[in-house]
Design a binder for this molecule. Sequence first.
Ligand SMILES: *Cc1c(COP(=O)(O)O)cnc(C)c1O
Length: 314
Amino acid sequence: MPILSALQPITHPIFTQHKITVQVKRDDHIHQIISGNKWRKLKYNLRYAKSIGAQGVITFGGCFSNHIHACAFACQQQQLPVIGIIRGEEHNQDNYTLAWAKHWGMQLSFVDRKTYRLRSEDSYLQELQQQYPNHFIIPEGGSNALALTGVAEVMNELKLQSEFDTMITPVGSGGTLAGLIIGDQSQHNLLGIAVLKQQGYLEDEVKALLPPSDNDQQNWRIAHQFHRGGYAKFSAQDAEEIRHFSDIVGIDFEPVYSGKMILALLELIKSGYFPAYHRIVLLHTGGLQGLAGMFERGLLNPAQWPALPVPPVQ
Ligand SMILES: *Cc1c(COP(=O)(O)O)cnc(C)c1O
């Protein structure tokens, strides 16, 4: 099994002060376009779709979705036609993420919020399947059993790369954390940082994704105090702190997922959560394309953040 991403040590005065070592698993560098966990999650899904001779793929996401962006590109590479069912917000239909998705050939189907809410209901999925026979349906964010197998490989790679005590990852749908739990087999502490304001449900969602054989793993937990008010919410000060951290360590993070993990890391270290000589690995889940949507909505100043590939002309 090839190692897809490097493990990079980083230094910061706070780490030195608390005698903590931190390394970053650079999944953001797996690929120039499909970064981070979305590639891990798509890998076996697309392989499976090909193996059953699927005519195409159907998946779901919002207008700024990293998954939609990654899935569109990956399906183009695999020559698999793909339909993206997009939670419709008319004014966002030509945004950066969707412009690229269309460019790579994804057929976009906009649905209202009410319809979008049905995305994991059996009856709705059966209807979709009848409408598009021979299509393989991948859930929102790519989170299904096949995705977990891909994410679990992070742990196989780390076994060859370094010893450590705690791995930290941002948590959205929970698929990534569930994959890490399967791959780790209770060898380390796994700490998920919730980026959504959902409190207790996330643990149940992670458990629901785990196979029965891994359902009693006890080495993981989710911290719920770092979501900053909800998904994609953050203050100007949070954004500045993330930028400042990036400048010090030389790695870019964005404020929706990986940046919230950074804010959590800093607060936890300051509060004495990790004992001296603790060895931490941060999973950089990528997702920098999501910055474009923040620029478009005036939520971040592009001059202060990394430049993104220029969007295609429609
Ligand atoms: C989707 C995503 C996550 C969350 O992954 P889940 O498997 O949904 O928990 C984290 N980071 C980035 C950059 C993402 O795009």
